[in-house]
Design a protein. Structure first.
Ligand code: ATP
Length: 360
């Protein structure tokens, strides 16, 4: 479908974040601007500062104005954040955005790129669909208060929250995605120990599975799954998991596929989506032009695909596929890779190569 975008720009809020965030965000914007030109998308970028820079300039790691800008935008591009170095009580931008915009699905693909050997086993092409608002993330899963507490100096408790609604909607996301892929869903759990909470998670996933008879459905225990990914990750298509299991497995899967620096993701809800790399702010390489921006560039491509599907807009879908092709083309050449993949290019130069490789 051709869309007339002359009057209505697609507004993207840009939150650069901490550590390598500003560098990989700048490289991602260069690619999005090239996609805008090549595909006539009419993108408009709005700066929405977060993190330590925002704390210094505006007194908060998520200023209300930045959040309002992100909430009003069509989509958000967010760099990683270094919450470990925030002062006590400072807002955690990831948690703030995920809970307040109800971004309940964290979609984390791990795909081997052309010409790049996986770290182990055969080439992989899987997607981890991670529940994003509850589970073991006790610092953000309560309506009021915190799910982690210390009743005495020698007793610490963390509460893991699993709901029927949360489990059902993440399972729905996984099966809908599987229908567009190889029609295979694996649910990851630890119901042999967490009989009640992961029992509820599995009850919900099975109920959704029954509505998708075309999709092959399997269940794997979390610890076995960690081993199975190393043994042969190529056998998996869509993996659905509660919050922390999904987080851990997706770092493993991304690294198996080639590098954490390749790991894209979006956080999506019913009304909002936020592009965010899977990795953290990598303070060890920040400010050195060493980071691989593929993760955030790929995340931005996922955001365009999400927007395209929502709006029935083929141009956005084609731009998303174009960015993926450009990433493949650049990463395939050893001399165009970044340091994490053994190549000579810096963050900025890599972004420029991807932007230049974009073709409508
Ligand atoms: P967090 O707890 O926020 O996930 P972390 O410090 O535990 O953060 P990362 O920031 O993800 O973990 O970094 C883990 C390792 O991967 C570091 O050595 C880092 O330099 C490397 N790394 C992460 N992202 C990239 C990237 N985009 N390019 C190159 N190396 C990266």
């Amino acid at each position: 479908m051709t869309t007339d975008r002359s009057n209505s720009a697609i507004r993207l809020a840009v939150m650069a974040g901490d550590g390598i965030g500003p560098e990989i965000t700048a490289a991602t914007l260069a690619v999005l601007q090239a996609a805008d030109r090549a595909f006539g998308l009419n993108l408009a970028f709005e700066d929405a500062p977060i993190g330590l820079a925002a704390l210094r300039a505006h007194g908060s790691t998520v200023p209300d104005e930045s959040f309002a800008r992100a909430q009003a935008a069509d989509g958000v591009v967010m760099g990683p954040v270094d919450t470990a170095s925030y002062p006590e009580g400072a807002r955690n931008p990831s948690a703030w955005m995920r809970t307040r915009l109800e971004l309940f699905a964290n979609i984390r693909p791990a795909r081997s790129r052309l010409g790049l050997q996986p770290r182990c086993g055969k080439p992989v092409d899987l997607v981890i669909v991670r529940e994003n608002t509850e589970g073991f993330y006790a610092d953000r899963s309560m309506f009021v208060g915190n799910g982690e507490m210390m009743p005495t100096p020698d007793l610490a408790i963390a509460i893991r929250k699993i709901t029927r609604e949360g489990s059902t909607r993440i399972a729905e996301s996984a099966f809908r995605l599987a229908m567009q892929r190889r029609k295979h869903v694996t649910a990851v759990h630890k119901a042999n120990v967490l009989r009640i909470s992961d029992g509820l998670f599995l009850e919900c996933t099975r109920a959704v599975a029954a509505r998708y008879p075309q999709v092959k459905y399997e269940e794997r225990i979390m610890d076995a799954m960690a081993a199975l990914l190393v043994r042969d990750a190529s056998q998996f298509d869509v993996i659905v998991a509660t919050n922390m299991f999904g987080d851990i497995l997706s770092d493993e899967a991304a690294e198996i596929s080639g590098s954490l620096g390749l790991a894209a993701s979006i956080n999506a809800g019913t009304d909002h989506a936020l592009a965010q790399a899977q990795h953290g702010s990598a303070p060890d390489i920040a400010g050195k032009d060493l980071a691989n921006p593929s993760s955030l560039i790929g995340s931005a491509a996922m955001l365009l695909a999400w927007l395209g599907e929502r709006r029935g807009d083929d141009g956005l879908a084609r731009a998303s596929a174009g960015i993926e092709r450009a990433l493949d083309e650049v990463i395939a050449k050893p001399e165009w890779r970044t340091a994490d993949l053994g190549g000579p290019l810096g963050t900025k130069a890599f972004g420029e190569k991807v932007a230049a490789a974009l073709k409508a």
